[in-house]
Design a protein around this ligand. Structure first.
Ligand code: AQP
Length: 333
């Protein structure tokens, strides 16, 4: 039986290889399975949990749509829309925030990481972000949610919220408890500058990530400058526990070439990093350069991108408005 898929990407600029290998690549495969119904959301309400420049945000929303299309998502088959245009997301988030418990949210590690030392200055939205994410998913009765490994905890929270709502209001199975779809391997791509930190849009150094809009020279240069260690390439997979940068680069290579980490280690065992880096850059250019060129081309046709969103908003609204009406009835409004 086909799956009902929902996932989102924040329009916060600098979409990168981590977003691609951890999430978008999976979106494309799911979109290509004719039995699935897929909804891919540009989660602009999530983006404003940290300060955004209004002009840039507008561009980034279009760029996210362009990235979906350039990566291979078919807007005739999947719904692509932006979250703020469907009012049920904000309404649902409020209602579910009265179901979710403080204790549950206090355990969310992403808030701790993103808020940093000065939690008092973080927005309330950044704290309650996972509740909005739960509303996003639950409004569409999604059965499966493809995400990177960093979103696993938020998905568990979404499942808890759905179950509590169903129990509290005695509506068994009304909110669909979704399953995460997290790739078994290479589901967390790390920074090119620090193998212990996740590759991220907000990292100041552009050299820490491969952007999906990078050109060939930029990709080659970033891989040349990627951090490694002074030893030759590892001989054994066990060495990777201690050699985080080597693990990350070999993981990226394996993901791009559909090989196992073990085989990639064998392939390059004992060689110099420079030789491996050349091949890694070659694979990256093969995969990312066409996407990057297509994104730039699509960005030249703003009305095409806006039409995709308008069409998606209409379709998403039809589904979400019905669900929120039922939710309101159930809670007694
Ligand atoms: N480094 C990563 N490795 C694997 N998957 C990743 N994802 C993000 N970073 C990695 C996955 O990409 C999808 C979209 O992410 P998002 O844009 O909604 O937000 P994020 O996870 O907060 O992304 P960033 O890059 O880390 O943004 P900033 O710097 O703003 O915090 C999600 O499925 C995510 O798991």
């Amino acid at each position: 039986m086909g799956k009902k898929i929902f996932s989102g990407v924040q329009p916060t600029g600098n979409l990168h290889l981590g977003n691609y290998l951890g999430a978008i690549k999976n979106f494309v495969d799911l979109n290509n399975d004719k039995d699935n119904n897929c909804i891919f959301c540009v989660v602009d309400l999530h983006a404003i949990t940290v300060k955004q420049d209004p002009k840039e945000l507008k561009n980034n929303i279009r760029e996210t749509v362009a990235t979906f299309i350039a990566s291979g998502i078919d807007s005739n088959k999947s719904i692509i829309f932006n979250q703020s245009s469907v009012a049920a997301h904000a309404e649902g988030a409020w209602i579910l925030s009265c179901v979710a418990r403080m204790g549950w949210l206090n355990r969310m590690t992403q808030f701790k990481e993103k808020a940093g030392k000065d939690k008092e200055k973080a927005s309330i939205g950044l704290y309650s972000y996972p509740v909005l994410m739960a509303a996003d998913i639950l409004l569409y009765d999604a059965t499966h949610v493809p995400v990177g490994d960093d979103q696993k905890q938020h998905l568990e929270l979404c499942r808890d919220i759905a179950q509590k709502f169903n129990n509290d209001f005695d509506v068994e199975n009304f909110l669909q408890v979704p399953e995460p779809l997290i790739q078994k391997e290479f589901s967390r791509i790390m920074s090119l500058k620090d193998g212990s930190k996740k590759m991220s849009k907000s990292e100041l150094s552009d050299l820490s990530r491969i952007n999906l809009t990078d050109n060939k020279d930029e990709i080659i240069n970033k891989i040349k400058k990627a951090k490694t260690d002074p030893l030759p390439m590892p001989q054994d997979i066990k060495e990777l526990d201690e050699r985080l940068e080597a693990r990350n680069l070999l993981g990226i290579y394996s993901s791009l070439t559909n090989s196992t980490l073990e085989n990639s280690v064998k392939n390059f065992a004992g060689k110099n990093f420079s030789e491996f880096k050349e091949q890694l850059a070659e694979e990256l250019v093969k995969k990312i350069e066409p996407i990057s060129k297509e994104i730039k081309k699509l960005l030249g046709d703003k009305s095409f991108l806006d039409e995709i969103l308008l069409d998606g908003v209409e379709k998403a609204n039809l589904i979400a408005s019905k669900k929120i009406e039922r939710i309101k009835e159930i809670i007694g409004f």
